[in-house]
Design a protein around this ligand. Structure first.
Ligand SMILES: Cc1cc2nc3c(=O)[nH]c(=O)nc-3n(C[C@H](O)[C@H](O)[C@H](O)COP(=O)(O)OP(=O)(O)OC[C@H]3O[C@@H](n4cnc5c(N)ncnc54)[C@H](O)[C@@H]3O)c2cc1C
Length: 600
C-alpha cells in the first residue's frame, strides 16, 4: 500500500524525471490502475488485486456508480425453476443482436454466466430466492425456451427490483477487503500513451482542483455509458461517456457507435427507468384506445419481445396519434398483478412512480415512453478485454476496457435486458484475470516529462474562460436534437442536420465562459470537461448513423427500412480525424447461428 502513496521517499523517485507542473506527492504508482468503480471496473479490480496492487480512480463514490441503479436482473441459464440451457441463451442473444454480435464473445458470455452469478452468491450477495431456497429467476424480453420456439423463460436472477444495488455493494465490500486503494471523486483527464503503450492516466482531484498522475503497468477502463447525450434518458447524471472520449483522443477508433438502445419504458416525461421486470412479471402496454397494441407488432412474444421492437411499437403508436390523450406516452398497466406481488417484486418501481409521477401503481396505469438507455458500441477489445489500437487485431499494450464503455461485441445491434450486468461482471472479471496474468510481465514504462502539461493548460484555460457560450445551453441543444433526430427512428435528412449541430457545438465550445473560478469542487469546470468528451464521440454516433444505410436492431432508418446483410453484416469502426470521422469495418464472427429473418 505504501507504493500507492506516491514516489515520495522511494529510491525509484530519484530515477524519475519529476513531471513538469505536478509535485511528486501527487504522482502515484500502482501495478494496475482502474478507471471507474461500477460492476465492470470493480470485477476487474477484485481479480487483479489478488496478485498485485490496484488503484481505482472514480469520479463518483464507488457505490454511486450507475450499475447500482440496475433494477431487473442478471441473466444466467441456471434452470432453477424450469428447463434452460446456455445454447438457448446464446441463440436468444445472437438473434436479439440482429446477428451483429460476435458469436465467440457471446458463447463465453452465456457459458460462464452461471459461474458469475454463483460467484456473487458465494460472496454473500442477497438475491431473491424461491420457496425452496434456490436463486429465483424471472422472465425478460427476448429470453426464450427452445431456440425461440417456446415462450419466455425464467432466466434473470434478481434481488427484487434492486439487483444492481446488491451486486455493486457486494463487489465493493470485497474490493475493500482485498485492499484495493480507492481515489473517489477524481476525474480522469487523459490516458498516458506513448509509443503505443499505455503507462497510466492523468486525473483531477475534484475536491482540491489538483492534478494527479497515476503511473501503472496497465490501465483498465470501466467508465460506463453515455445516456446523458440524450434529453430523455434512464441514465444518471454522471453517465457522460468519458472513457470513449479518452480513447478517441489517443487515436482509438470506436466500434458500432450508431447502435444506441432506447428502453421502451421510461417514466413520462423525463425517462426514469421502469424496469422491464414490470413486464416480466406480467405488466401490459396499452394505447389511448385501450388496446394491447403489441398484438400488432409481436403477436407471439407481446410485451416480452426485445427492446428495439417494443420501442418502435410505442413510438409508432405515439407518432400515429394513439398516445394517451394524443400525448407523447402510452400506459404500462401492472394493476392486475395485485398489491402483494407489486410490493414483493417491484417495490422500488412503486415508489419511483409515486414520487415522480404522483401515480399509485395499484390504482392507475404508469405513463411511459422510450428512453435512451444503453450503448451497444464502444471501445473495441479482444476476448480478454485488451483494447485494439486499430479496432481489429493490433493490441494497445497496457490498456484494457470492459463493461458498457467497451465493445467486445456481445450485444451487436441490440442488447437483451439482463445481459449487460452479466457482461460487465463477466468481462470485467476476464479483464482482471488477463491483467493478473500479464501485469507482472509489463514494466513501469517511463513517463514523458511533460505528461500532464496539456491537462494543466486545459484546466487553466477553463478556469479563466471568459467566452460567450454556456456549456449548459450547448448541452441542452445537443441533447434535444439527439433525441429528436437520432432517436428510435432516424433518417438521412435529420441526421445530416444533426451532424451540423454537433459541429456547430464543437465550434462554439471553443468559446465557452466559466463563471466559477474556485478550484474546490468546481462542477462548472467538470461539466465542461465532460461535455468536451461528449462532443467528440457524439460525432461518431451521428456520422455512424448516417453511414449505415440499413435498419438493424436499434438502428431504425425510415429511409432504409430493411436489414441488408449483403452490404452491412459488418462492424463499423469510427476513427476521429481532422476532417471528421473516417470509417473502417471488420467482419462479424459467426460460429453457430447463421443470420435469419428476425421475427418475434
Ligand atoms: C436505470 C438502469 C437500470 C438498469 N438495469 C439493468 C438490469 O436490470 N440488468 C442489466 O443487465 N443491465 C441494466 N442496466 C444497464 C447496466 O446497469 C449498465 O450497463 C452497467 O451497470 C454498466 O456497468 P459499468 O461498470 O460498465 O459502468 P457504470 O456502473 O456506469 O460505472 C461507470 C464508472 O465510471 C466512473 N467514471 C466515468 N467517467 C469517469 C472519469 N472521467 N473519471 C473517473 N471515473 C469515471 C464512474 O465514477 C463510475 O464508477 C441498467 C441501466 C440503467 C441506467
Amino acid at each position: 500500500m505504501s507504493e500507492s502513496e506516491g514516489y515520495r521517499n522511494e529510491a525509484e523517485a530519484e530515477k524519475l524525471h519529476e513531471p513538469r507542473g505536478v509535485p511528486l506527492h501527487n504522482v502515484h504508482r500502482h501495478d494496475v490502475l482502474v478507471v471507474g468503480a461500477g460492476l465492470a471496473a470493480l470485477s476487474g479490480a477484485l481479480e487483479a488485486a489478488k496478485i498485485g496492487d490496484v488503484g481505482v480512480v472514480t469520479k463518483l463514490f464507488p457505490t454511486r456508480s450507475h450499475s447500482g441503479a440496475a433494477q431487473g436482473g442478471i441473466a444466467a441459464s441456471l434452470a432453477n425453476q424450469e428447463e434452460d440451457h446456455w445454447e438457448w441463451h446464446m441463440f436468444d442473444t445472437v438473434k436479439g443482436s440482429d446477428y451483429l454480435g460476435d458469436q465467440d464473445a457471446i458463447e463465453i458470455l452465456v457459458r460462464e454466466a452461471s459461474s458469475v452469478v454463483r460467484g456473487f452468491e458465494h460472496m454473500g450477495c442477497p438475491f431473491s430466492r424461491t420457496e425452496g431456497g434456490r436463486l429465483a429467476q424471472r422472465k425478460f424480453g427476448g429470453h426464450t425456451k427452445d431456440f425461440g420456439k417456446g415462450g419466455p423463460v425464467l432466466r434473470a436472477c434478481y434481488a427484487a427490483d434492486r439487483t444492481g444495488h446488491v451486486l455493486l455493494h457486494t463487489l465493493w465490500e470485497q474490493c475493500v477487503k482485498h485492499q484495493v486503494r480507492f481515489y473517489s471523486e477524481y476525474l480522469a483527464l487523459s490516458l498516458i500513451v506513448k509509443d503505443k503503450v499505455c503507462r497510466g492516466i492523468v486525473a483531477l482531484d475534484m475536491a482540491t482542483g489538483e492534478v494527479h498522475i497515476f503511473h501503472a503497468r496497465a490501465v483498465l477502463l470501466g467508465t460506463g455509458g453515455y445516456g446523458r447525450v440524450f434529453s430523455i434518458t434512464s441514465n444518471s447524471f454522471a453517465n457522460t461517456g468519458d472513457g470513449l472520449g479518452l480513447a478517441m483522443r489517443v487515436g482509438i477508433p470506436l466500434e458500432d457507435m450508431e447502435f444506441v438502445q432506447f428502453h421502451p419504458t421510461g417514466l413520462y416525461p423525463h425517462g426514469i427507468l421502469i424496469t422491464e421486470g414490470a413486464r416480466g412479471e406480467g405488466g401490459y402496454l396499452v394505447n389511448d384506445e385501450g388496446e394491447r397494441f403489441m398484438e400488432k407488432y409481436a403477436p407471439e412474444k407481446m410485451e416480452l419481445a426485445p427492446r428495439d421492437v417494443i420501442s418502435r411499437a410505442i413510438q409508432t403508436e405515439i407518432n400515429e396519434g394513439r398516445g394517451i390523450g394524443g400525448k407523447g406516452y402510452v400506459n404500462l398497466d401492472v394493476r392486475h398483478l395485485g398489491a402483494e406481488k407489486i410490493k414483493e417484486r417491484l417495490p422500488q418501481i412503486a415508489e419511483v412512480v409515486s414520487k415522480f409521477a404522483g401515480v399509485d401503481v395499484n390504482e392507475a396505469p404508469i405513463p411511459i415512453q422510450p428512453t435512451a438507455h444503453y450503448s451497444m458500441g464502444g471501445i473495441p477489445t479482444d476476448l480478454d478485454c485488451r483494447v485494439l489500437a486499430d479496432g481489429k487485431g493490433e493490441v494497445l499494450k497496457g490498456l484494457f476496457a470492459a463493461g458498457e464503455c467497451a465493445c467486445v461485441s456481445v450485444h451487436g445491434a441490440n442488447r437483451l435486458g439482463t445481459n449487460s450486468l452479466l457482461e460487465a461482471a463477466l468481462y470485467g472479471r476476464r479483464a482482471g484475470l488477463a491483467l493478473a496474468r500479464e501485469v507482472k510481465g509489463l514494466p513501469f514504462n517511463e513517463m514523458p516529462e511533460e505528461v500532464a502539461e496539456q491537462d494543466l493548460k486545459m484546466l487553466e484555460r477553463l478556469l479563466g474562460a471568459k467566452g460567450e457560450e454556456k456549456v449548459a445551453d450547448l448541452r441542452k441543444r445537443l441533447q434535444e436534437e439527439m433525441m429528436a433526430k437520432c432517436g428510435v427512428f432516424r433518417n438521412e435528412k435529420d441526421l445530416n442536420s444533426l451532424l451540423e449541430t454537433v459541429k456547430d457545438c464543437q465550434e462554439r465550445y471553443r468559446n465557452i465562459g466559466i463563471k466559477d473560478r474556485s478550484r474546490c469542487f468546481n462542477t462548472e469546470v467538470v461539466e465542461a470537461i465532460e461535455f468536451g468528451y461528449q462532443l467528440d464521440f457524439t460525432e461518431a454516433i451521428v456520422a455512424g448513423a448516417i453511414n449505415r444505410k440499413e435498419s438493424r436492431g436499434a438502428h431504425a432508418r425510415t429511409d432504409f427500412k430493411e436489414r441488408d446483410d449483403t452490404n452491412w453484416l459488418k462492424h463499423t469502426l469510427a476513427l476521429k480525424i481532422e476532417e471528421g470521422i473516417r470509417f473502417d469495418y471488420k467482419p462479424v464472427t459467426i460460429t453457430r447461428f447463421k443470420p435469419k429473418a428476425r421475427v418475434y
